[in-house]
Ligand binder design. Sequence first.
Ligand code: UDP
Ligand code: UDP
Length: 422
Amino acid sequence: MSTTQSPHIALFPSAGMGHLMPLLRLAAMLAKRNCIVTVITAHPTVSTAESDHIASFLRHNPEINHLKLHLTPMFVDMFLVAKTVPIAKDLHLPIYVVSTSSVEFVSLMAYFPVIQLKSTEFNNASTEIKIPGLPPMAVSSLPPALLDPSHLFTSIIIMNSQALSEAEGILMNTFEWFQASTLGTLNKERAVASLPPILPVGPLEPYHIPPDGDHHYRSWLENQPSESVVYISFGSRTAMSWDQVRELEKGLEKAGWRFCWNLKTSKVDKDDHEGEKDILSDFFVERTKNKGVIIRGWADQQEILAHPAIGGFVSHCGWNSVTEAAWQGVPVLAWPQHGDQRLNAKVVEDAGFGLWERDWDWGVDGIVKGEEIERKIVELMTDEKLREGAKKVREEARKAVESGGSSDRVIRDVINSLSLPF
Ligand code: UDP
Ligand code: UDP
């Protein structure tokens, strides 16, 4: 005998009694026929007649659930802005964009429709593009997908770039000191007219989630000397090719430093299934067994970067990784793989806490040889100037978010502007 479960149905009336009443009647009708019913109502309502009516309806129909959709200001991801701006405008709600990348990338995104019009200049990889008020950007540093007008990434950028100007401001995971000159040009000189105010509120402080169980890398790190370990990670969605894994093995072994390698070999956002022994060469595993630790799957990168044993970070320069390294004051060897990462690598270099070898190809285009990797890792782990630079960045990052710091003032101003009078 088969059994069925009554459906759970949500009803969402628009404003006005002429919409509210029939939807509530339908709600009651469904509830009488054993459906689970939830009525969603937008608040504040346009009239008190509506709010009074909703309240008495719900009092007399206690089996019907209620969800209040509070009409509140919106902070929305930069890749969803085109879809959400029209909704926010209709509802007269303030909307802020949240950038997940660097100021350079957001400026590029805002200015991209103009650049695309001058496509001859843009198509020549050896040239630079000029966004008003910013240092020239090498075309070879732009996200490669942008050079292909039919690429999905390009259409997402174009669609959302046009809506950026509708926002009240763009909240950025950066801080005044870190990108002072770029921020000054954009905000004071309004170099890119289509950009609303850029609001540096970072680094976004990591939240603490208590460790779940004892991962092997934790106990391993505990036993390593201060600043003796190089951490290698290419973020959450970059797979390393098997050939590149072989070269990195060589580089790590020859460099001789201790290492903590967050090894990902599957494509975007997929989980890895092979164990490390399926990927690494037996030779490497044998020769380095006391020298390093391999992580497969998700690890708490913030916790790793915060560990006193970590002395350097080989990073693909995803913007989150960049700001986390800044927050912890860990020197970076920038090894951009795709997307905005070369633009981000330049920020790391300019801020004085990272090395960037421009000659290394994008991850998909070529293999960086073991000897090259060895040379750069040794430089990363021994360059005192870099270490000093990283400590300075950490100090300035923490100043920015403390009470009265530059980022704290910016976020407080935003909150104040959205606060309602009593
Ligand atoms: N209504 C009511 N009392 C009033 C005014 C309106 O109960 O004083 C109800 C009316 O019975 C109907 C709804 O509100 O169910 C109004 O919908 P209608 O489509 O008649 O007009 P609209 O307000 O959408 O122009
Ligand atoms: N991350 C982590 N553990 C992992 C891999 C990544 O905690 O094993 C975090 C990392 O700290 C960062 C984010 O995931 O906050 C990755 O973002 P990022 O911008 O650095 O690179 P993406 O993954 O977007 O390429």
